[in-house]
Design a protein around this ligand. Structure first.
Ligand code: NAP
Length: 306
């Protein structure tokens, strides 16, 4: 006979762990499912310098370890597994992971998102060693240095402007000859003297063993290549991919991100979403943990009302 949980939390990043802390402390019978390593995207971040209380800055690994221990201390159970399929509109709701099926009266989806990658050689190896996907997190490390921003959407252009606070110069590398971003954002970038553009250009290779030493850029119009060398950073903003495929068609979504209200309620009663997987503007640890807390309290209220 399967155990019936009050809440299953899908994902053990900051949003899921925060939800587990709040749900466990509210004495809800709580199960946390994690497909990969606990911690999600921040597990590989060396320094979390902007999370309140994380001062001096601590590593993502250390912060997650403490959150996980805290959730366990309140009784949350953890199991390793990837949700292959779910039923959300049934009672109980179910999550299938391989041969195992878990049942719960409510579900909190905290499955996160991942930045889209360029896919060029060297990118994975040099992530966190000169290559970044988060200006808020890593911009201050490039104080006084040139940085390159890859992409031409709102995120790339806004983050490029943010990076001018730190960098000596910001060059936007875009694969076409015009930006995708909103005209109002473009106008500000064009007026910013610290920002320049390399049009019709893609990053072909990021080079260096332990840290970024150079990169090869290719002009897609004439095929010419140039190697950039020196001490610089590369920030990639070419979109964000939510980890929500398994929920497709079961919930209201926008571009794969789950739509919630301010109480983290999705379009299905008893199903909540928290963190990067939902539609939101600022994807940071501090907003993820806030979402997780709200989702757990909403789940508690939902269970009490039934
Ligand atoms: P986006 O709008 O999808 O733009 C992605 C950019 O990356 C595009 O310029 C695209 O080039 C480029 N790109 C995609 N794949 C690439 C590749 N493999 N190599 C090189 N370049 C590649 O993504 P986003 O900027 O992250 O924005 C996502 C959503 O959030 C959008 O709806 C955006 O409006 C919103 N957002 C809004 C704000 C704001 O309102 N302030 C801020 C940030 C984000 P092409 O143009 O050639 O396709």
């Amino acid at each position: 006979m399967n155990e019936l949980y009050d809440v299953i939390i899908i994902g053990a990043g900051p949003a899921g762990l925060s939800a587990a802390i709040y749900a466990g402390r509210a004495k809800l019978k709580t199960l946390v499912l994690e497909a990969d390593a606990e911690g999600g995207q921040i597990i590989t971040t060396d320094e979390i310098a902007n999370y309140p209380g994380s001062f001096p800055a601590e590593s993502g690994h250390s912060l997650i370890a403490r959150m996980s221990e805290q959730a366990r201390s309140f009784g949350a159970e953890f199991v390793s597994g990837r949700a292959d399929s779910v039923t959300l509109d049934t009672d109980p709701k179910t999550v299938r992971c391989g041969d195992a099926v878990y049942s719960a009266r409510s579900i909190i989806i905290a499955s996160g998102a991942r930045p889209a990658k360029i896919g060029c050689p060297g990118e994975d190896r040099l992530t966190g060693a000169g290559v970044s996907y988060c200006a808020t997190c890593d911009g201050p490390f490039f104080e006084g240095l040139p940085v390159f921003v890859v992409g031409g959407g709102d995120a790339a252009v806004e983050e490029a402007m943010y990076l001018t606070k730190f960098a000596s110069k910001v060059t936007i590398i875009h694969r076409r000859d015009s930006l995708r971003s909103a005209k109002s954002i473009q106008d500000k970038a064009f007026a910013n003297k610290k920002i320049s553009f390399r049009w019709n250009t893609v990053v072909e290779e990021l080079c260096g063993e332990d840290s970024l030493e150079s990169m090869i850029l290719k002009n897609v119009t004439d095929g010419s290549r140039v190697r950039i060398t020196g001490n610089f950073g590369v920030f990639v903003f070419i979109g964000t991919r939510p980890s929500t495929d398994v929920f497709s068609g079961l919930l209201d979504m926008e571009n794969g991100f789950i739509v919630t209200d301010s109480e983290m309620r999705t379009s299905v009663p008893g199903v909540f979403a928290a963190g990067d997987a939902r539609v939101k503007t600022l994807r940071q640890v501090v907003t993820a943990v806030a979402d997780g807390a709200i989702a757990a309290v909403s789940a508690e209220k939902y269970l009490e009302s039934r």
